[in-house]
Unconditional design. Structure first.
Length: 250
């Protein structure tokens, strides 16, 4: 089914364990609200896609976030502390209270599988927000199936069915498909936003940037729709003229 001219699709590649993705989510939401408030009959359809920043991470990582980043990125602990302090400050500027001290670093593949389950039930956006908050603010565990089932239940997913699906691994191919598409787009880091399947924005840009790009995409779509309408009208006039000539010659 064709979308209305005013509806813009936004596909977001993200990882629950990505601090910039939660910040980017807030900035995008602010930009989207500014865009929506600028005119009538506007809409944005958002869908999240899977991206794993550290797929080799164990479910129960031994150590804190300082340990993980020091080992994974080979950075001195002092440098990591400064970086986390800066990220925490930026998160606070968009209303997020990050607490890296109690964060449980973990493998996120099952969380991505849960997001696909949530998408099938129309609650993906609610679950993404819940998982981000659990991970970065509350110190919750988003790698273990039992914890994920509980988070899913909070947004309305059936616990028994959710657990069975997560344990079966049937959603894993959908996670891998998202990652394959990310590779085709050339996405190497997240968050990454794709508007109308054609316009890419990398990183946690400012709200005004998102609002401006949404506006530009809308104008392109409206111009294309106007051009198509003009062509259809011209074709209709030509057909009407040909029919009149046929009658006259009969």
């Amino acid at each position: 089914m064709a979308q209305a001219v005013g509806t813009i699709s936004v596909d977001i590649w993200s990882d629950i364990a990505c601090p910039w993705c939660y910040i980017g989510k807030r900035k995008f939401e602010a930009g989207m609200q500014k865009y929506l408030a600028a005119g009538d009959d506007r809409a944005v359809a958002i869908e999240y896609h899977s991206f794993e920043l550290a797929p080799d991470t164990p479910v129960d990582f031994e150590g804190d976030e300082l340990d993980f980043l020091s080992r994974h990125k080979g950075m001195p602990r002092e440098q990591v502390q400064e970086m986390l302090a800066r990220v925490t400050e930026i998160a606070a500027s968009v209303g997020l209270d990050y607490d890296f001290g109690k964060l449980h670093h973990t493998n996120t593949v099952k969380a991505h599988e849960l997001l696909h389950i949530a998408k099938d039930h129309g609650v993906q956006l609610e679950l993404m927000e819940r998982l981000f908050k659990a991970y970065f603010v509350e110190g919750g565990h988003v790698g273990r199936i039992e914890d994920l089932v509980a988070y899913g239940a909070e947004v309305g997913l059936d616990p028994v069915a959710t657990e069975a699906t997560l344990r079966s691994g049937e959603m894993t191919p959908r996670v891998r498909e998202d990652q394959t598409i990310a590779g085709q787009y050339g996405i190497q880091g997240v968050p990454f936003f794709v508007l109308d399947g054609a316009y890419g924005i990398s990183g946690a840009q400012e709200a005004d940037t998102f609002a401006d790009v949404l506006e530009q995409v809308l104008q392109v779509r409206m111009a294309a729709a106007a051009e198509l309408a003009a062509e259809n009208a011209e074709g209709a006039e030509g057909a009407e003229g040909a029919a009149t000539d046929d009658k006259a010659g009969a």
